[in-house]
Write a protein that binds this ligand. Structure first.
Ligand code: HEC
Ligand code: HEC
Ligand code: HEC
Ligand code: HEC
Ligand code: HEC
Length: 257
């Protein structure tokens, strides 16, 4: 018994190191197979492509607007029984080329259309005017009437960005609900990495990390100051329960790539 004890421990330790550090299986195939992830992991909203396509459209500018007081319009739309069923999309991505022509600091803004109509219960709060043309819909897109700012013939109409900012944030402020901070609506403009990574087939962990650092040097430097890189400490679980053993990435760990 006394002779087999340390032997068993050594085998266990060897098995553990194998799993944690140098398993042949891991070394041979260090990354999950990116070419064919399990089907369940690849999920995109079915209407995402359609939303992107709509976001890229520029609709013809509406020259004349029906003259109607706000309350009259609200009442009229209510009488018409306009409801969530009349919304063509339950959500949109707002990313208009009209704005993008001059600024593109962020990714598309997600707008939960049906949720907003459900919560505010009033289409006319946002769809505040309609075209004079009787054949037009009651609820045309904002970008039909709000396009570039400072239009000579329509100085009263805000540009599209200001129209959104004023209406979206105005209501959020008034109702004390919904985001008014920039990050609440805007996400970073993150490029599709598939188009930018330069990796040879079967690249190992060192090559992948080096490739990320080519563009993300500051993030790499931050990482070197963090506990993920610097952790160490006594480990009570090693051979003979030696409390003074210092293990960790900052000392003797072998996976510091
Ligand atoms: C909180 C504001 C808001 C409310 C409330 C709202 N909408 Fe909208 N709606 C929008 C915005 C913004 C767009 C434009 C999206 C775009 O351009 O992609 C839009 C677009 C639409 C469109 C598409 C127009 C087109 O020509 O393609 C329809 C239809 C529509 N809304 C119907 C409704 C109906 C019906 C209601 C009430 C049940 C409603 N909306 C309530 C903000 C709102
Ligand atoms: C059919 C044309 C039309 C559509 C569609 C339209 N607007 Fe307007 N909007 C106007 C006009 C006209 C004015 C100027 C009103 C005035 O004379 O003060 C205006 C003014 C505004 C203003 C300034 C403050 C105010 O309420 O008068 C904001 C903000 C605004 N629009 C946002 C939007 C947003 C957001 C949408 C889409 C949900 C939208 N508009 C859709 C015609 C339109
Ligand atoms: C008429 C009032 C009103 C207008 C106009 C409005 N919102 Fe909202 N918004 C709300 C309310 C109320 C909530 C809170 C909904 C909830 O969580 O119950 C909200 C929540 C949100 C949220 C957080 C929750 C979510 O659905 O993701 C986002 C993002 C948002 N709004 C974006 C927008 C954008 C973009 C616009 C302009 C195109 C807009 N809102 C215009 C009333 C409004
Ligand atoms: C309630 C939602 C909301 C909030 C909060 C908000 N924005 Fe926006 N913003 C929008 C929408 C909607 C657009 C138009 C998106 C489009 O069609 O391109 C926009 C467009 C922009 C654009 C031009 C498009 C781009 O990608 O560069 C800039 C810049 C911008 N916002 C800056 C800000 C800043 C700065 C803040 C904070 C002070 C802010 N926004 C807060 C909704 C919001
Ligand atoms: C060719 C340049 C390039 C390469 C190579 C690259 N990235 Fe990026 N990455 C960017 C840019 C540009 C952004 C968006 C702006 C930003 O966050 O700096 C970004 C953003 C990101 C974000 C989102 C950050 C956030 O705050 O939302 C993550 C996560 C990311 N990259 C991970 C990686 C990883 C992991 C690798 C290596 C496999 C990698 N990137 C390689 C250019 C690159």
């Amino acid at each position: 018994m006394t002779r087999t004890g340390p032997g068993v421990l050594l085998i266990v330790t060897a098995a553990l190191t194998g799993v944690l550090c140098c398993s042949p299986a891991l070394a041979a195939n260090p990354l999950p197979d990116e070419a064919s992830p399990p089907a369940a992991m690849v999920w995109t909203a079915p209407d995402q492509e359609a939303a992107k396509k709509r976001a890229a459209e520029v609709v013809p500018f509406v020259l004349a607007v029906m003259d109607e007081c706000r309350l009259c319009r609200q009442q009229r739309l209510r009488d018409m029984g306009l409801s969530v069923q009349d919304q063509s999309e339950s959500y949109s991505l707002l990313d208009s080329p009209i704005i993008r022509e001059t600024e593109d600091h962020y990714g598309p803004v997600r707008f939960m259309h049906a949720k907003h109509a459900g919560v505010t219960k009033d289409c006319a709060l946002c769809h505040h005017y309609r075209p004079l043309d009787e054949a037009a819909s009651e609820t045309v897109r904002c970008s039909a009437c709000h396009q570039e700012p400072f239009q000579k013939d329509h100085p009263e109409r805000l540009g599209l960005k200001a129209a959104y900012h004023q209406q979206c944030m105005g209501c959020h402020r008034e109702m004390d609900k919904g985001p008014i901070d920039c990050r609440g609506c805007h996400r970073k403009n993150v490029p599709d990495h598939k188009d930018h990574l330069q990796l040879v087939e079967g690249a190992g962990p060192f090559q992948v990390t080096a490739e990320c650092l080519r563009c993300h040097k500051p993030a790499g430097e931050d990482m070197l100051k963090s506990a993920h890189w610097l952790w160490k400490g006594p480990s009570p679980y090693t051979l003979d329960h030696r409390k003074d053993v210092e293990l960790g990435k900052a000392t003797i760990a072998t996976n510091n790539f």
